[in-house]
Design a protein around this ligand. Structure first.
Ligand code: NAP
Ligand code: GLV
Length: 326
C-alpha cells in the first residue's frame, strides 16, 4: 500500500506542511475543523489509508483499529488518549503517538484563567457591564473570593488532583500567586519536583482546599473520581476547576452541590458528554464554561499539528514514533 494518511479533521497548516514535505498522500475526512467526523466515515477512511492522524473527538475503538490490517500507526493530535482503545492497539501491534508536553503551559494558563474567573466573577462582571447594569463603582459590587493572600496574610489553598506535567505547571503558577498548594497523586515523590508543594491524601485535600483543580487522565480508575460523596466532603464554599476530562467528575452531583450552595463555583473546560453540557450548569452565574480550550493557542496548536504529523510520517516510513504516548 502506498504511503498515505487519513487526517480526520483539518489541522493547522504547519502539520499539513510536514505531511506534504514527506511526500505523503493525504485525505482529510472533515474539512470543517469545528465539526467532528462520524464513526462510519472514520472506519471508511482507515480502510483506505495505512496511517491515521486523529483528534480526541474520534472514537478509535477496536473496530476502527481492526478495520485495516495494514494500519501502521495512529497519530493523535492531543496528549490525552482516552478516545483510543490502547489495549486493542497493543494487541494488534499498532503504535500510537500523542503530543505530550507541548500543551502543558497553555493548559495550566487556562486553568488559572478559570480559577481567577470564577473566584473574581470575571464573566459575571463582563455581562453586568455589557447589559448596561453598571451605575457606579460600588463598595459591595460583585464581591468575589481572594486568590492571593488576604490582607491579614492568610493564604488560600489550592488542591491539585493528579500531579503530572499540567498539575505541576498549575502548582508553579499558584505558588506565584501566593497560594498554599497541596497535591494528591498516586506517586507522592512526584510532588517534590515543585518545591513548596505539600503532598496530601485525596480526602484531606478535598476537606481543606479552597480551590480544587483536576489534572488526572481519564481512565477506569479516575472515572467519577470526584463523585457525590467526594463533592460533599469538599470544604464548604470551595471552587472546583476541571481542565482534565469531564468524566472525572459526576456532573449531576456537581450541579446539586452548586445548587445546595455547598460549592461556591466551578470553572469547567471539559464535560461528561461534551459538547453537551448538563442543563444545570447553563445560565448559572457561579459557573464559567469553556469549550475545551486548554491547548487552544495558535503556537501550541501549530506545534501539536507538527508533532502529530511527524508521528504520522514515522509510521508511514516504518520508523520509531518520535512522540510516543507520554
Ligand atoms: P500526565 O503528565 O500524564 O499527568 C497526569 C498525572 O495524573 C500522572 O502523572 C499521574 O501521576 C496522575 N494520576 C493519578 N491517578 C491516575 C490514574 N488513575 N491513572 C493515571 N494517572 C493518574 O498528563 P498531563 O500532560 O498533565 O495531562 C493530564 C490530562 O489533562 C490529560 O490526560 C488530558 O486528559 C487533560 N488535558 C486536557 C486539556 C484541555 O484542553 N482541557 C489539555 C491537555 C490535557 P501518578 O502516577 O503520580 O498518579
Ligand atoms: C486535550 O484535551 C488533550 O488531551 O490534548
Amino acid at each position: 500500500m502506498s504511503a498515505s494518511v487519513f487526517v480526520t479533521r483539518a489541522i493547522p497548516e504547519a502539520g499539513f506542511a510536514v505531511l506534504r514535505a514527506a511526500g505523503l498522500t493525504l485525505e482529510v475526512g472533515q474539512e470543517d475543523p469545528d465539526l467532528p467526523l462520524d464513526d462510519a466515515a472514520l472506519v471508511a477512511g482507515v480502510r483506505r489509508h495505512p496511517v491515521l492522524l486523529c483528534q480526541l473527538t474520534d472514537r478509535v475503538g477496536r473496530d476502527v483499529l481492526a478495520a485495516n490490517p495494514a494500519l501502521l500507526g495512529v497519530a493523535q493530535m492531543a496528549v490525552g488518549f482516552d478516545n483510543i482503545d490502547i489495549e486493542a492497539a497493543r494487541a494488534l501491534g499498532i503504535p500510537v503517538g500523542t503530543t505530550p508536553g507541548v500543551l502543558t503551559e497553555a493548559t495550566a494558563d487556562l486553568t488559572l484563567a478559570l480559577l481567577l474567573a470564577v473566584a473574581r466573577r470575571v464573566v459575571e462582571g463582563h455581562r453586568y457591564v455589557e447589559r448596561g447594569n453598571w451605575k457606579a463603582w460600588g463598595p459591595q459590587l460583585l464581591l468575589g473570593s481572594g486568590v492571593g493572600p488576604a490582607p491579614d496574610g492568610a493564604k488560600k489553598t489550592l488542591g491539585i488532583v493528579g500531579f503530572g506535567r499540567i498539575g505541576a505547571a498549575v502548582a508553579r503558577r499558584a505558588l506565584g500567586f501566593g497560594m498554599r498548594v497541596v497535591a494528591w497523586t498516586r506517586t507522592p515523590a512526584r510532588v517534590a519536583s515543585v518545591p513548596g508543594v505539600e503532598h496530601a491524601d485525596l480526602d484531606a485535600l478535598l476537606r481543606t482546599s479552597d480551590f480544587v483543580s483536576l489534572h488526572v487522565p481519564r481512565n477506569e480508575e479516575t472515572h467519577r473520581l470526584i463523585d457525590a460523596a467526594r463533592l460533599a466532603s469538599m470544604k464548604p464554599g470551595a471552587y472546583l476547576i476541571n481542565t482534565a476530562r469531564g468524566t472525572v467528575v459526576d456532573e449531576s452531583a456537581l450541579v446539586e452541590a452548586l445548587a445546595a450552595g455547598h460549592l461556591r463555583g466551578a470553572g469547567l473546560d471539559v464535560f461528561e458528554a461534551e459538547p453537551e453540557v448538563h442543563p444545570g450548569l447553563l445560565g448559572n452565574d457561579r459557573v464559567v464554561l469553556l469549550p475545551h480550550l486548554g491547548s487552544a493557542t495558535r503556537e501550541v496548536r501549530d506545534r501539536m499539528a507538527v508533532m502529530a504529523a511527524e508521528n504520522a510520517v514515522a509510521f508511514a516510513r516504518g520508523e520509531p514514533c518520535p512522540h510516543p504516548l507520554g
